[in-house]
Structures are given as structure tokens and as C-alpha cells.
Design a protein around this ligand. Structure first.
Ligand SMILES: C[S@@+](CC[C@H](N)C(=O)[O-])C[C@H]1O[C@@H](n2cnc3c(N)ncnc32)[C@H](O)[C@@H]1O
Length: 280
């Protein structure tokens, strides 16, 4: 066993995720996610999903790990799954997020997604443990990889559960160790502590940061969405690359524009770091 692998503690599953279990918060949070940046990032992931599907056998078996409230994204990839009889497990540990997910695709426009989607209430590592080996062609993690404390457990499971040539496509907050004090949607606390707006903190492996969401996206002066805060874990680029190598993956880690050819970027210029692992 890899010496860096630590045992997973199932009793600790919800630590730092309390906001996703709060009826008062989840609906507002899901509305907050209806912002331009979030939609653009989903489009970037959709583009990468399509690009990376080329060469995979069909039908594709995929899973979004920490799916959250918005299966109303990924238009191109869902069309592909629907046309080819593929599948997506929409996995989330929080029942309320899954209820919202169902609501967001309840109108006519999304009816045919139900043919290919299964909503799975599960902690994502438990989900991976429970599926057959070499079952998954594509795993998707949008805004969720930094919810995972022990990244080596995730990588080990993926190395067993992905098909050969199968992939993880994930967004990464940033490959830079610099933690800004705030972003469009939220303020960041360094190991639990707030720091001034004009400063940054340098993260190292083992650090965590708290994300406190603003009431109004893009407007810190409107204050915080009460109770909407979550704990995330920092993973350095060096560590991610080391794990990729030791668990047998090819890796891309960096800005999506260096991964998708320019003619497929559809004029989109935002920066977004992504991690793409391909099982060798
Ligand atoms: C920041 S939201 C992102 C949701 C979605 N991927 C998106 O991009 O809109 C994080 C989601 O991941 C879920 N989550 C966090 N940790 C998880 C875990 N260990 N297992 C399953 N779901 C998890 C939360 O319940 C929440 O719905």
C-alpha cells in the first residue's frame, strides 16, 4: 500500500459540508450559482468532456462526483449520452442538493436527461468503492476536488474504478499556492482566519481554507449568506503530479486554454485551471 494513503473515516463525512444539509441555505446557494462565471466554467467542462470522449468506447458510463444542484449544464455532453445510450450517475452526499438537482431539470427542456441520469445519495469515495472495478469511463468533479481531504484515496480509487483510458476531468480552484482574500462569490479564510482584502496567504499541503459565500454574487458589500460556509483542503500541484505518477495516470494540470485547441474555445477567454487524469 502506498505509504501516503491514510484510512478514510466515514463518520467524518459531513465535516465542513453542513451548509449543503441546511434547508435554509441550499436553495439560495443554488440560485447564487446561476451566475455568468459558473455557467462559463460549466461550458468549459462540457467542451473538455466532449474532447476527451473521443476515443472512448461507447456508450460512455460517467459520474459527476459532488454533483450539486445543476444537471441543467453540460448540454453537449448530455446530448452525446442521450444519443448513444450512455449514462451519468449524479452523486452527492447531501439529499437536499439532489432534490434541487431534480427540480432544476424538471421542466420540459430537460426531460430526456432523465433517461441517462441516476441520482445517487452517497459520499463520493463510498460511491467509488461500491461500483465495479473498471466501470467508469469518465469521472467529473466541478468545484469539488478541494472538498477531498485525502486526495491519495481518491486517486487510488480512480486508478481501480476507471476503465483503461478512462478519465477524471476536474476543475481546480487554482494551481497557485496564493490564497486571495476573496473571489466573485466568496471570502476565503486561511486555516480558519480572516485576513485583509489587499493581502494573500501562501498555502502549503496540509492547509485548509474556509469559503464564506456572499449574499449577492460579485458584491461583497451585501454581506454573507448566513451559515453558508464550507471547508476546503489545499493540494499543491507538486503533490497532485506525484500522486498521478504513482497511481498510473497521464496528467494535464493547468489553464484550460492550454488544453483545448483555440478553434474549440468558442472565443471564451476566462482563466480556469483544470486537472485531467487519464488512466494508462
Ligand atoms: C461547491 S458544490 C459544487 C456542486 C457542483 N459540482 C457544481 O459545480 O455546481 C459542492 C457539492 O459537492 C457535494 N460534496 C462535497 N463533498 C462531497 C463528498 N465527499 N461526497 C459527495 N458529495 C460531496 C456537496 O454536497 C455539494 O453539493
Amino acid at each position: 500500500m502506498n505509504p501516503e494513503i491514510k484510512p478514510h473515516n466515514p463518520s467524518n463525512n459531513h465535516q465542513g459540508l453542513e451548509m449543503y444539509f441546511s434547508p435554509k441555505i441550499v436553495e439560495k446557494f443554488a440560485e447564487l450559482e446561476q451566475n455568468e462565471k459558473n455557467l462559463k466554467v460549466a461550458q468549459i467542462v462540457d467542451t473538455i468532456l466532449l474532447q476527451e470522449s473521443i476515443g472512448l468506447k461507447t456508450p460512455i458510463y460517467s459520474a459527476e462526483l459532488g454533483g450539486g444542484a445543476h444537471p441543467d449544464r453540460y448540454d453537449a455532453f448530455f446530448s452525446k449520452l442521450i444519443n448513444e445510450g450512455g449514462h451519468m450517475d449524479w452523486v452527492d452526499v447531501a439529499p437536499l442538493m439532489l432534490e434541487l438537482a431534480k427540480k432544476y431539470i424538471s421542466n420540459e427542456k430537460y426531460q430526456n436527461r432523465k433517461q441517462v441520469l441516476t441520482f445517487v445519495k452517497s459520499e463520493m469515495l463510498e460511491y467509488l468503492r461500491g461500483i465495479e472495478n473498471e466501470k467508469l469511463d469518465l469521472a467529473i468533479m466541478k468545484y469539488t476536488i478541494d472538498h477531498v481531504d485525502h486526495l491519495e484515496v481518491l486517486f487510488e480509487l480512480l486508478s481501480v474504478k476507471l476503465t483503461r483510458g478512462g478519465k477524471l476531468i476536474a476543475t481546480i480552484g487554482s494551481t497557485s499556492p496564493e490564497l486571495k482574500s476573496y473571489s466573485t462569490n466568496a471570502r476565503f479564510l486561511y486555516n480558519g482566519e480572516q485576513f485583509p482584502d489587499n493581502e494573500t496567504r501562501t498555502l502549503t499541503d496540509g492547509d485548509n481554507f474556509t469559503v464564506k459565500f456572499f449574499k449577492v454574487s460579485g458584491d461583497p458589500t451585501a454581506g454573507y449568506l448566513e451559515g453558508a460556509e464550507t471547508l476546503k483542503y489545499y493540494h499543491s500541484a507538486e503533490k497532485i503530479k506525484r500522486f498521478a505518477e504513482s497511481f498510473g495516470f497521464d496528467i494535464f494540470l493547468g489553464d484550460w486554454k492550454d488544453f483545448v485547441p483555440q478553434e474549440n474555445q468558442k472565443g471564451e477567454t476566462i482563466n480556469q485551471d483544470v486537472l485531467v487524469l487519464t488512466k494508462k
